[in-house]
Design a protein around this ligand. Structure first.
Ligand code: AMP
Length: 286
């Protein structure tokens, strides 16, 4: 039988454990997740281990970041399997609270980061980043880690959290984790499990087409034309619809028309009801 990483379910138990580690002079890291762990999540645990002695992985499917018609009810949940996977990583403790522990009766506070939350994912999923900012600020205050890590898979989420932590003077270092991909380039995601075999094949085209966009921009294509060409290619490849393909400033995520500052392409395309996110830097090769 595989060992399971130990779990605590209350804020009080989490705090007691973290306080003990602090008394021992140990450095504590937090990896927030919604579970259904895959190698993308596990890479965050390995990355934060370089800076921390003890690592808490939180598993909580946060209802407030799902829209009304989104997949909250069918979101994959398998805590035992997650804890088994974590057993082969440097993770020390799982924090898996109930919804009532996180949002008890009478709960009435929302954290909202203006500006960057209203673009791209924020425009497509109204209220999503309020849910994210609220749960992440709660997790940071509950755990009080030295370091917390978030994946570049959700590039805008990482930017929103950096802004929130700076604005609220939360004493934590925010690390970004490299986007981990499957062999065909598809970004690893818990939602990939929703794809049927034929859809899964199409999904691999998203990263291929974005890499083509990056090359064409580096070869001098007009940015808006390159975005439209990539959108057309996605539809031809079998994607049902494209929410956006945007070449943007890597910090503000506002659209740009030249490469004078660090630049990123961010995209979301759908296959049936499944939204697939991807992003990558557009960097001139030396
Ligand atoms: P989630 O469980 O989807 O909320 O993701 C939890 C954390 O894992 C977030 O910081 C994500 O950005 C990160 N993550 C998810 N998929 C990947 C991936 N393919 N590569 C790197 N980080 C990821």
């Amino acid at each position: 039988m595989t060992d399971l990483v130990p779990v605590v379910r209350t804020v009080a138990d989490l705090r007691a454990q973290v306080q003990q580690w602090r008394l021992e002079g140990l450095k504590v890291g937090l990896v927030p997740t919604m579970g259904a762990l895959h190698h993308g999540h596990l890479s965050l645990v390995h990355a934060i281990a370089e800076k921390c002695d003890k690592i808490v992985v939180s598993i909580f499917v946060n209802p407030t970041q799902f829209g009304k018609n989104e997949d909250l009810d069918k979101y994959p949940r398998d805590e035992k399997n997650d804890r088994e996977k974590l057993a082969s990583t440097p993770a020390t403790l799982v924090f898996a609270p109930s919804a009532a522990e996180m949002y008890p009766a009478g709960y009435n506070t929302t954290v909202s980061v203006e500006g960057i939350s209203s673009l791209l994912e924020g425009a497509e999923r109204p209220g999503h980043f309020d849910g994210v900012a609220t749960i992440v600020s709660k997790l940071l205050l509950q755990c009080l880690p030295d370091v917390a890590i978030f994946g570049e898979k959700d590039y805008q989420q990482l930017a929103v959290i950096r802004q929130m932590v700076a604005d609220l003077n939360i004493p934590v270092e925010i690390m970004g984790g490299t986007l981990i991909r499957e062999t065909d380039g598809l970004a690893a995601s818990s939602r990939n499990a929703y794809l049927k075999a034929d859809e899964r094949k199409i999904a691999g085209q998203l990263n291929y087409i974005l890499r083509g966009l990056a090359h064409s921009v580096l070869d001098g294509s007009d940015f808006r034309t390159a975005e439209q060409t990539a959108t057309n290619k996605l539809i031809s490849a079998g994607f049902t619809s494209v929410d956006y393909v945007t070449i943007a400033d890597a910090e503000t995520l506002e659209p740009v028309s030249d490469l004078s500052k660090p630049t990123r392409v961010l995209a979301v395309a759908r296959i049936g009801g499944v939204r697939l996110l991807d992003n990558m830097p557009i960097e001139p090769h030396p």
